[in-house]
Design a protein around this ligand. Structure first.
Ligand code: OAD
Length: 252
């Protein structure tokens, strides 16, 4: 591991325009569950067809809204972990670092990252399901919703407000996707952290970088489809590996 860290540290220290591409594993050590981890992943316990599609919201808006409000409640109480702080430290060192995330929590921002590119939206940006008008983030209840919770009505057209996240079958926000592809095309290093790299088109972002010759460094405790393309594979949790990587890149 030490040799791999040293090699990844050299790549990071030499980079001028790195991209950090993150998934749910980034926030796992903050207590935010991932989607596909064997014991703890959300999609092991819940059916995405019933919770994370436009048809699911149409069929049962209260079920879907209550579930996302429960997740938002959990995220509000979570704190950025040392991995989030290490990503912010990389950006502080290398000002052109672009952070691209699939996560819908706000832990990158609270960890000190400026304006991450959000490919899958945010738990903190509800909007009208009919007219798209932005809706206020609901007040923070002391307890998470116990189950289904009827969504608020849009102030403009009275249709139900929906979570501001991307669901299966929906397009990614065009501006964010364009910004991500552009950054991956121009980067000189892509650091991928805590993603299973199974959900497309987000999973193509690291491939854009490798195709154009930028090395990919991966941080993940388990194998992923990116194992075959990455230059350095750092097997371990983000909260431990990323601070070590920063120390390897800039000792002292
Ligand atoms: P997944 O749950 O698919 O993958 C999480 C990855 O994080 C796995 O490869 C884990 O091995 C890894 N992991 C777990 N703990 C970790 C830790 N402490 N440090 C580093 N890595 C760790 O989550 P995503 O790849 O983010 O989409 O999933 C992509 C998309 O699928 C999500 O954005 C979401 C989901 O359905 C939407 O909701 C649209």
């Amino acid at each position: 591991m030490n040799d791999l860290l040293a090699e990844a540290g050299r790549l990071l220290a030499a980079a001028r325009r790195p991209v950090v591409f993150t998934g749910a594993g980034m926030s796992a050590e903050s207590g935010v569950p991932t989607f596909r981890d064997a014991q703890t992943g959300l999609w092991q316990r819940y059916d995405p067809e019933q919770l994370a599609t436009p048809a699911a919201f149409h069929a049962d808006p209260a079920l879907v809204w209550g579930w996302y409000e429960g997740r938002r409640h959990g995220v509000r109480r979570a704190r950025p972990n040392p991995g989030h702080l290490a990503v912010a430290a990389i950006q502080a060192r290398l000002r052109k670092t672009v952070v691209i995330t699939q996560n819908v929590d706000d832990l990158h921002e609270r960890g000190g990252v400026g304006a991450p590119v959000r490919l899958h939206g945010s738990l903190f940006a509800p909007r009208c399901s009919a007219c798209g008008h932005p809706a206020p983030v609901p007040g923070d209840a002391p307890e998470p919703p116990a189950g289904p919770l009827p969504p608020p009505a849009c102030a403009r057209c009275a249709a139900p407000v929906r979570p501001g996240v991307v669901w299966f079958g929906e397009e990614l926000p065009a501006q964010a996707l364009a910004a991500a592809v552009e950054a991956a095309s121009r980067c000189d290093l892509l650091l991928t952290v805590g993603t299973s790299a199974l959900v497309h088109p987000a999973a193509e972002i690291p491939l854009v970088a490798t195709r154009l010759g930028a090395p990919v460094v991966q941080v993940n405790p388990v194998p992923t489809p990116l194992d075959t393309v990455c230059a350095v594979n750092l097997r371990g949790p983000a909260g431990e590996v990323l601070p070590s990587l920063v120390r390897a890149a800039w000792p002292g």
